[in-house]
Ligand binder design. Structure first.
Ligand code: IPD
Length: 291
């Protein structure tokens, strides 16, 4: 990373992330059209985009470029720009779009300020960010070195900490599935190796919220293949500032290959178990049975 995060106005970046994520959260609730449908699809017929995904991203992008014109923008939907400053905003306007479409109240707006190149795994790092859960009125926020915090309706901000779990057999673990059939088959094979060794699995449908659950200890851990930087950038910082560890497998940086998040004592155990699952799933693939 070319720039040290220590020279950045981290408080300002965090405040801006919270402000724009809250505004977008209000937009997607207040202006959701009656009979909302699918505007178009992306990687597969189940990878949906609604008009509100694009509208929320456009709103966030507009607000950020007014406040910090030189910063870059990298979002899930259409429209991006390279950074003239050291900061790029990595944004998922609605993480959990399928939940949003079905009116399941588990989706989030995710806004992160990162340094480095968010398109290259290991070459970027979030320095400030916010994940807003507009249905529950909850704001998860963090900046590098400042801890991670949860603000809820009517209460003071509470500092977050992971569950501290260190026993894999007792761990409640979140995961998710991609939109492409072959990826999903592979993911279920990995899961089949993991699930006998944990307390149970949860699939809520928003990676950003899953990671925030790890930060607040309402999930012990989380893993998923196929995440994009916008799904995880803000929430990964919320986890690490809550004392958790976020990585790929075997100490690799988090990437679309794998993201693992867990308290420090649990992380190596989850890593080992998921790695065994990946080996088993890849072996089936090599035998020509799919994935
Ligand atoms: C998805 C959600 C889901 C995860 C998928 C993501 P999107 O994001 O985070 O929980 O399992 O991998 O793509 O498409 O709703 O922004």
């Amino acid at each position: 990373m070319a720039v040290s995060p220590d020279v950045l106005p981290l408080e300002e970046l965090e405040r801006l992330a919270v402000e724009v994520a809250l505004e977008a959260g209000r937009l997607i609730i207040d202006e959701r059209p009656a009979g909302l449908g699918v505007a178009h699809t992306k990687s597969s017929a189940t990878d949906v985009v609604t008009v509100m995904d694009q509208r929320a991203q456009d709103l966030i992008r507009g607000r950020l470029s007014l406040a910090r014109p030189g910063d870059g923008f990298y979002g899930e939907e259409e429209g991006g720009s390279e950074a003239a400053s050291e900061v790029t905003w990595v944004v998922d306007p609605i993480d959990g779009t399928v939940n949003y479409l079905y009116t399941i109240p588990a989706y989030a707006v995710s806004v992160a300020a990162v340094v480095g190149n968010p398109r290259v795994p290991g070459e970027w790092e979030p320095v400030a960010g916010a994940v807003v859960d507009p249905e529950r009125g909850r704001v998860f926020r963090a900046r590098r070195g400042g801890g991670s915090w949860l603000e809820g309706p009517g209460g003071p901000a509470a500092r977050l900490g992971t569950s501290g779990a260190a026993d894999l057999s007792q761990a409640l673990v979140g995961t998710g599935f991609g939109y492409e059939a072959g990826t999903r088959l592979w993911q279920t094979r990995v899961l089949a190796e993991v699930i006998p060794h944990i307390r149970d699995i949860r699939r809520f449908g928003s990676a950003a919220l899953d990671l925030c659950h790890v930060a607040e200890g309402t999930l012990d851990a989380y893993f998923e293949r196929g995440l994009n930087p916008w799904d995880m950038a803000a929430a990964a910082l919320v986890v690490t500032e809550a004392g958790g560890v976020v990585s790929g497998l075997g100490g690799e940086p988090p990437s679309s290959s794998m993201v693992l998040a867990a308290p420090a004592g649990l992380h190596p155990l989850l890593d080992g178990r998921v790695a065994a699952g990946v080996q088993a799933a890849d072996a089936v693939g090599r035998l020509g049975a799919g994935a």
